[in-house]
Design a protein around this ligand. Structure first.
Ligand code: ATP
Ligand code: MG
Length: 394
């Protein structure tokens, strides 16, 4: 029996005029990722709002699951067997497969058959479900029928003049296809939040450009290594990843040594300067907005006043996908995408440098604007961008 990878996409099915654009983006992403991983050519056919990929002999399911689990835009996928539409034949093929193909039913009590069809058939879906179920029971399947929450699931789709069956559907990442929306610049630290915030926007189809402000040579290199590892992991979720490593310590030093800038204002002023760096990089790289991992009230400095005083520095849209998240939910996502293990390691980052002992908790926007006139911010921003190192990941 021929084996296919059957992929269902989610939301892009709702698009109207530009649906072909998104479908094509997803199709290409699937092909490119599979070809890169397995070094053979794949044809990804678009058939009635699904993708079908003929699988090579001896394919290993878990390897494909790993690749597809990282492509946004996929709602679910399964590894199907191809059959005809005649029910007696289909039923016996399913039965043979259950017996021969390492389907493990030990400890299971219940099953159901589910039929979906996108073609005209001489029987109704529900009739086909009953008939296939009856064939399996007649053959000796030792399970009871249960329509909701069954332990074992026979999934059949009729389309393309065939019946395709499988026993499991893997959930995909959902969202929109990689690199299908505009570019955004993400301010990324080696912490837990900003990698997750970046991932969330990539899952919505944005192509994310990463900007990290570091303290090297005032701090050691471990911070840079940690950020590079994080971005490497994130780069699996999109194409053409670019990371700017910005030598920010020199700018912090100027702010920290400017007379008349109160020490407690430094943290907010550093953050405002980071946003200006990111905004300039956005203009240069034609990105349409910024991303931060800010979370309302999560740490002492993230009071509403401070968040607003920082965000005021950006004149382009600034997205904060985690703003209303609880920390536990962020950690769960970080674990899922694979960044948590690295992010949780302690690391001396630029933020710990030239830090006030008691940072301001309720910064005033107008004060911060006034303090920024005391040092040549524009020139400093240009200088650190010029001295940035740019790293590409594929
Ligand atoms: P994270 O876990 O992302 O570090 P956080 O909870 O530690 O966030 P802050 O340290 O206050 O919060 O940082 C708020 C946001 O500012 C971060 O989510 C990130 O977007 C940005 N940011 C912080 N430090 C840096 C840095 N060194 N370079 C670039 N952006 C940064
Ligand atoms: Mg942080």
């Amino acid at each position: 029996m021929k084996r296919y990878l059957l992929i269902h996409y989610g939301e892009l099915g709702l698009k109207k005029a530009n649906k072909p654009y998104f479908v094509e983006k997803l199709r290409k992403a699937v092909r490119v990722r599979l070809e890169k991983r397995f070094s053979i050519n794949f044809r990804v056919k678009h058939v009635l709002s699904r993708f079908m990929v003929l699988l090579p002999d001896g394919f290993i399911e878990s390897e494909y699951v790993e690749v597809l689990g990282k492509i946004a835009g996929i709602k679910n996928f399964s590894f199907v067997f191809e059959s005809g539409i005649e029910l007696a034949d289909l039923g016996s093929k399913i039965w043979n497969t259950i017996n021969t193909d390492e389907v493990d039913l030990t400890g299971l009590d219940t099953f159901r058959v589910r039929v979906k069809r996108s073609m005209i058939l001489p029987y109704k879906s529900i009739e086909a479900e009953r008939e296939i179920g009856a064939i399996l029971l007649r053959n000796g399947l030792d399970l009871k029928v249960k329509l909701k929450g069954s332990d074992f699931f026979v999934d059949i789709e009729f389309f393309n003049e065939h019946g395709y069956f499988s026993f499991k559907r893997y959930p995909g990442l959902a969202g929109m296809p990689p690199n299908s929306q505009s570019k955004l610049v993400s301010l990324i630290s080696s912490g837990i939040d900003s990698p997750v915030a970046s991932f969330m926007m990539m899952r919505r189809g944005a192509r994310v450009i990463f900007v990290h402000c570091h303290g090297y040579p005032f701090t050691d290199k471990s911070e840079l290594e940690q950020v590079k590892e994080i971005v490497e992991i994130l780069s699996a979720y999109q194409f053409d990843t670019k990371l700017y490593l910005v030598p920010f310590g020199q700018l912090q030093k100027v702010i920290a040594t400017t007379l008349d800038v109160p020490a407690k204002m430094r943290t907010v002023l550093y953050r405002r300067a980071m946003l200006r760096v990111a905004e300039k990089i956005s203009k240069k790289d034609t990105a349409k907005g910024l991303i931060t991992g800010d979370c309302f009230g999560q740490v002492a400095s993230q009071t509403p006043e401070n968040i607003f005083a920082v965000h005021d520095a950006s004149s382009i849209p600034l997205l904060q996908p985690l703003i209303a998240f609880d920390k536990e939910d962020v950690i769960k996502l970080a674990e899922k995408i694979g960044t948590f293990e690295i992010s949780k390691q302690p690391c001396k980052d630029s933020c710990t440098m030239f830090m006030p002992r008691r940072p301001e908790l309720k910064a005033n926007v107008f004060d911060t604007q006034k303090y920024e006139e005391l040092y040549p911010l524009d020139d400093l921003v240009d200088k650190v961008i010029e001295e940035s190192e740019v790293i590409y990941f594929d």
